[in-house]
Ligand binder design. Structure first.
Ligand code: GLU
Length: 394
């Protein structure tokens, strides 16, 4: 792992934060709620810091967790119900209190807010994705702070972001934000769980999310929220590949947002990558949930991974799952290694009919042809691009 503390990093951290005119601030359940429900003092402090940003004309998009944990205490439950409908009912109760609490504290500063509840499915469809984006842009133009949470009352596994860390990274990309602030109940990323190990060290700067960083994070689970440190790192990595810096810091500390924006060295700062995935490729790789897999032969693997080529039917050995035209699919080697993610021009049923065939034989086999390529190069993101820090659109 490379943690960089020199003057250059300090300066570039300050410059990056100063440049940010649109920011996503994610606040975790562990910050917003305690055993007695919503922590109104913390909510007040955070809102006041966010309003100070608004006064400097910085646009703020708030991703707020806390629906389930605030619902629990409201109903008088000590633990999450086991059934899905139970959890959803708790979230429905808690979301109402959560948004009311935010509205009240923002109102004191004359700041209007809006509630947006979304599911991953809304991001999977390009049309709905763009629609959500336009709505948020309209709110921002009206100087309103959008407050976003996952629509917990309707989500089932297939259409779930999973956690609000993932949601915050996707929102960052959706609205082209220039900075992601992730507020949790720890100071930042440590090399060990600080709640267990007294000698754990805070990592001030991460210049690239490596396997080692994930290993550190693996040992630090979340308590109230669903994410834990690992999902925060994954979110920071996604933002970084989009050219956006992230800070993970302690949201329970009064004035934390102010300190971050003053450029003080609080929390863990994740530098953005220089060469990044363009918005479309990020959408394919990170936003759309893969619906299936395509196993390819070594020739196709070489052509795609090293030759920059598209996927043709001739290289396909197996088709897994039931994906539709336009869905994201994972490309797998015959050994099962995940090579790339791409957007398919044919559905799974069609591919089973044309796999192994030459391009010229597609029409005969199907009676029609959408495209020569099963996945066009422009809609393909190689796995190596995540490890190497991203590729530009080619
Ligand atoms: N959407 C969930 C809630 O508001 C939180 C998910 C998370 O903590 O990551 O309760």
């Amino acid at each position: 792992m490379k943690t960089v503390r020199d003057k250059d990093i300090k300066e570039s951290r300050k410059a990056l934060i100063k440049r940010a005119r649109r920011v996503v601030i994610k606040v975790g359940s562990g910050v917003l709620t305690g055993k007695d429900g919503l922590n109104r003092k913390i909510i007040r402090d955070l809102a006041s810091d966010m309003c100070a940003l608004r006064k400097k004309s910085i646009e703020v998009i708030l991703v707020s967790s806390g629906a389930i944990s605030s619902g629990l205490s409201k109903i008088g439950l000590t633990k999450r119900p086991d059934s899905i409908s139970g959890k959803q009912a708790v979230a429905a109760v808690g979301q109402a209190s959560l948004i009311m609490a935010w509205e009240k504290v923002f109102e004191r500063h004359g700041q209007k807010v809006a509630q947006i509840l979304i599911t991953r499915d809304d991001f999977n469809h390009r049309g709905r994705y763009l629609n959500a984006r336009n709505t948020i842009f309209t709110l921002l133009a009206w100087k309103i702070v959008p407050i976003i949470n996952e629509n917990d009352t309707v989500v089932v596994d297939e259409i779930k972001f999973g956690d609000n860390d993932n949601l915050s990274a996707m929102v960052t990309s959706l609205v082209d934000a220039q900075f992601l602030v992730s507020l949790t109940d720890l100071e930042g990323l440590y090399d060990m769980d600080p709640r267990v190990h007294e000698d754990a060290h805070l990592i001030p700067v991460v210049d690239k999310v490596s396997r080692e960083i994930f290993r550190f994070a693996g040992s630090i689970p979340g308590f109230l929220g669903t994410g834990g440190m690992r999902s925060k790192i994954r979110a920071a990595q996604k933002a970084s590949l989009g050219g956006v810096p992230t800070v993970i810091a302690n949201g329970t500390k009064p004035g934390i947002i102010r300190d971050i924006f003053r450029g003080e060295e609080v929390g863990t700062f994740f530098l953005p990558q220089d060469v990044t995935l363009c918005s479309r490729k990020r959408w394919i790789a990170f936003t759309k949930a893969p619906k299936g897999g395509i196993v390819i032969d070594p020739g196709a693997e070489r052509a795609i991974v090293h030759g920059g080529k598209s996927l043709l039917p001739s290289g396909i050995k197996d088709v897994r799952g039931a994906f539709g035209l336009g869905d994201s699919v994972v490309l797998l080697s015959q050994e099962g290694q995940e090579l790339a993610v791409g957007m398919a021009n044919y559905d799974a049923g069609e591919l089973r009919k044309i796999m192994g065939l030459k391009t010229s034989e597609i029409e005969k086999a199907l009676g029609y042809k959408h495209d020569d390529e099963v996945i066009h190069r422009d809609n393909l993101v190689l796995g190596s691009s995540f490890e190497e820090g991203g590729i530009a659109c080619r």
